[in-house]
Design a protein around this ligand. Structure first.
Ligand SMILES: *Cc1c(COP(=O)(O)O)cnc(C)c1O
Length: 424
């Protein structure tokens, strides 16, 4: 292979979550089509992690491309303060139609982290505008809500947040709810319920923590308790939204509903950055006032970019097609049967699945750590076989785009077993 692109990349680019000194060269990709990515030599890689969990319908989807192309030639961008446009109106209408009744208003931003920032600011100012001071935030241990400062503060403290520790606001972290600890959690929260501005959580799946999963019932119970205590709830569906959990949104597994929801990642089918924070009418009403200081003073240059909104509209259309729903169900079913095979493998433990997300752990002495070098070796082994994965330490997972066929799944499963068999 001609290494020209690799050389030029190394000269100028600083990659995310990458120790540039020890990392291998970034692999130049020149084309994407469906479930495949292509390098310069024409070698194809099956994208088994939806390019960091964003791609829903495959790469370079012709319908999304067509719709975005038309929009690009009509209106590419306009300031969203004082102006509006059809794609943003239609997307808000369509999304709200799919969400629980409680969600009534849409606030646009650019990515998952900003969607979380907006949600947090809404909650803090909601209390402020009502003349109360609530400064405590409740979050789950091992949470991940993004990399900007506010989002980082509500994420579990880890090696990633360590250099910034002193600058992150205080957050009370509680265990993920289970039938066993539920009463304990309630009494913990009860002590300072009046001080809590909000409770933020990833429903059912804590992705970045290593695809940790927990059941909906105790979460619903905890939410019910928060509702009674008037604690505002932020549900981060940035990863779990748009079909990932087998239902359109994880919220459909829950008996109680949040006040605020965050979306990004699959929102545009993974084609473009866009973030959305939705909220209840009650939250929204607290910002309506003749007093200008009660305004939510937040916005980004590209708020509600028409191209990104159009991509999201096209992606939603594809997502709701019976054909897509059918293939989501197929992935869930195929994962279920592969999980049984995986469970029997001597190197595998803790196989878990929520919808289209299948994860398992490799047995290693050195327990789950992001820096576990096992991950790197497995990553390389998969890549050689033409499969893109991205292990989280010793946690391996598959999060395929919904267009992945049965044969393509089979290819990934078979190679997974081969990689495991070759290991050590
Ligand atoms: C990825 C992710 C985020 C952050 O989104 P970015 O677009 O990467 O900033 C926030 N919350 C959850 C649950 C995520 O998975």
């Amino acid at each position: 292979m001609n290494d020209e692109l690799k050389r030029r990349d190394r000269a100028v680019n600083w990659h995310p979550y990458t120790q540039m000194k020890t990392a291998g060269d970034a692999l130049p990709i020149v084309k994407g089509k469906g479930v495949y990515l292509y390098d310069e030599t024409g070698k194809k890689y099956i994208d088994a992690v939806s390019s960091w969990w964003v791609t829903l319908h495959g790469h370079a989807h012709p319908y999304i491309a067509q719709r975005v192309g038309e929009q690009l030639n009509t209106l590419e961008q306009v300031i969203f303060a004082g102006f509006t446009h059809e794609p943003a109106i239609k997307l808000s209408e369509n999304l709200l139609n799919l969400l629980p009744e409680k969600q009534q208003k849409v606030f646009y931003s650019d990515n998952g982290s900003t969607a979380v920032e907006v949600a947090l600011k809404m909650c803090i100012q909601y209390a402020y505008n009502r003349g109360t001071k609530k400064s405590r935030v409740l979050a789950l241990k091992n949470a991940y809500h993004g990399d900007t400062f506010g989002a980082m503060a509500v994420s579990g403290r880890s090696i990633w947040t360590q250099p910034f520790g002193d600058m992150l606001f205080d957050v009370t972290f509680i265990d993920t709810p289970s039938t066993q600890n539920l009463e304990n959690l309630k009494s913990q929260i009860d002590h300072f319920a009046d001080e809590i501005a909000c409770f933020i959580y990833e429903p059912l799946v804590q992705g970045a923590a290593g695809m940790l999963m927990y059941p909906p019932e105790p979460l619903s119970e905890l939410m019910k308790f928060c509702r009674e205590k008037k604690i505002v709830m932020i549900q981060d569906e940035i990863f779990t939204g748009f079909g990932r959990t087998g239902k359109l949104f994880a919220t459909q597994y829950l008996a109680e509903q949040p006040d605020i929801m965050c979306f990004s990642k699959g929102l545009t089918g993974g084609t473009m950055p866009l973030g959305i924070t939705t909220c209840s009418d009650e939250i929204y009403q607290a910002f309506l006032s003749d007093d200008k200081y009660k305004t939510l003073f937040h916005g980004h240059s590209f708020t509600a970019n028409p191209l990104a909104c159009t991509a999201a509209l096209a992606s939603l259309e594809l997502l709701l097609k019976e054909e897509t729903q059918q293939s989501i169900r197929q992935i869930v079913k195929e994962h279920e049967s592969f999980a049984k095979t995986l469970e029997k493998h001597p190197l595998v433990q803790c196989v878990r699945q929520t919808g289209t997300i299948l994860a398992w752990e490799l047995k290693t002495e050195n327990k789950t750590s992001y820096f576990n070098e096992v991950g790197r070796r497995v990553y390389d082994a998969f890549l050689r076989k033409g499969i893109l994965t991205r292990p989280l330490g010793n946690v391996l997972y598959l999060v395929p785009p919904y267009c992945t066929t049965k044969d393509e799944l089979r290819f990934v499963y078979d190679n997974t077993i081969e990689v495991l068999n070759d290991f050590e």
